[in-house]
Design a protein around this ligand. Structure first.
Ligand code: NZQ
Ligand code: ZN
Length: 387
């Protein structure tokens, strides 16, 4: 077991109707709020009106139209400008992971004198930030309980995932009823994303019985509940368990004391969604079984056996490579069963930029140090196998 230093400052307020506590919570941070949201889903589900009504005694500024794979320019830069010009006390992010990630970059960027991109690209480190509160409306990223943020910069094909303790929201409201309207596509993609957050921690050198059990249960919970949510989008119990399982995703709690893995699937997928603006969870699902096949070896096989036996119930009394291959097939079949298009061509990606993307990943993501190290050629091979 490895040493670790762990702290999560986020207060989680979970369940039906919890948003009623919003005025009391926001009041702790001040009067001037920047309300951030995406392309309009929060208006369709009535949450925008609800928030405005609850916060009628506050001074509210707004930043709307934050897109999936949130953009540095205009969204982050516009938000920083509003905060600086109006001396904003607190940011309230209402929406999916993209809205929250954008808000995280605004929160630190507004307290920094230089170019906010410095903080995203680790050229500088934040020393202060505006407090962040969120109402998360999509079960997927776990951004509501973590210090990560992912921001895209179109002109350089960058999609950078970075970690900064200032990125932790101070309060996250999780009401599963707000996820009833999430489309089948986004429900499946959210499930695939959250499964990948677990896999990125599970496939490692050094783990514990405790962490393996927690992660295996997380994977089973996601698969069972995603299916239920697809069958009946208003199944509260399924939406609720899915939401909480997703929330744990990137917080580190699943793998305290485990060895590092390098998060290879995210390193590769971020290039796909940077170059082609695809849905993050779909990109992950497509490359996952191809990555598994590519890295399966005498050195890694035991981990795939454990995964196959404990997550998919594959009979343990077989050749270990047989079990591993069945586990990989079961992973692929699950993603097909929830409706994810399982090849890159189906999401608009062809051969033309594969070498360029593989080079970008090899230079920027450090995957030569991953649990199963990947060279630029390995990355290109995995992309090609995913076509
Ligand atoms: O923009 P609106 O109109 O709100 O619609 C959104 C968007 O079109 C819609 N949506 C959200 N809640 C809804 C809803 N539609 C109906 N009903 C609701 N209740 O869903 C679409 C996708 O939203 P988005 O926020 O992009 O999805 P997600 O939460 O999956 O976030 C994806 C982003 O998070 C990053 C990804 O790379 C991607 O940029 N990630 C962030 C992480 C983190 N901070 O820890 C970790 C992840 O690995 C991930 O990389
Ligand atoms: Zn992810």
């Amino acid at each position: 077991m490895q040493n670790f230093d762990y702290q999560t400052p986020t207060r989680l307020i979970f369940g039906k109707g919890v948003v009623e506590k919003l005025p009391e919570v926001m009041g702790q941070f001040g009067k001037k709020i920047l309300l951030t949201y995406g392309g309009g889903s929060i208006k369709k589900i009535g949450l925008y009106d609800k928030v405005k009504e609850l916060l009628k005694d506050f001074e509210i500024y707004e930043l709307s139209d934050i897109q999936p794979n949130p953009k540095y320019d205009p969204s982050v830069l516009d938000g920083v400008k509003i905060c600086k010009e109006n001396n904003i006390d607190v940011i309230l992010a209402v929406g999916g992971g993209s809205v929250l990630d954008c808000s995280k970059a605004i929160a630190t960027g507004a307290k920094y004198d230089g170019d906010p991109w410095d903080l995203i690209s680790y050229k500088a480190f934040a020393t202060d930030s505006i407090p962040i509160v969120d109402i998360i409306t999509l079960a997927a990223t776990g951004s509501e309980y973590d210090s990560g943020g992912v921001i895209s910069r179109t002109e350089t094909n960058d999609k950078i995932g970075y970690i900064d303790p200032h990125n932790f929201p101070l309060v996250s409201f999780l009401d599963p009823t707000y996820t009833f309207t999430v489309s089948k596509k986004q429900t499946a993609a959210g499930c695939a994303d959250a499964m990948n957050h677990i896999m990125e921690q599970y496939f490692c050198e050094d783990s514990t019985i405790l962490n393996d059990g927690f992660m295996e249960a997380g994977l089973k919970s996601l698969m069972v509940n995603a299916k239920k949510c697809l069958e009946n989008p208003e199944d509260y119990t399924a939406r609720a368990e899915m939401m909480l399982t997703c929330t744990y995703g990137c917080n580190g709690i699943y793998s305290l004391g485990n060895s590092q893995t390098g998060w290879p699937l995210h390193g590769m997928e971020h290039a796909l969604s940077a170059y082609y603006d695809i849905t993050h969870g779909e990109g992950l699902a497509i490359i996952t079984p191809r990555w598994m096949e590519h890295v399966l070896s005498e050195k890694t096989v035991d981990r795939f056996v454990k995964y196959g036996v404990n997550v998919f119930g594959i009979d343990a009394n077989q050749d270990k490579f047989e079990i591993a291959k069945k586990a990989i097939q079961a992973t692929y079949d699950f993603f097909v069963s929830v409706g994810i298009p399982m090849n890159l061509k189906a999401v608009g990606i062809d051969e033309s930029r594969i070498d360029e993307m593989a080079h970008h990943v090899a230079v920027n993501e450090g995957l030569d140090k991953a649990w199963a190290p990947l060279t630029e050629k390995d990355i290109a091979d995995i992309f090609r196998a995913s076509l």
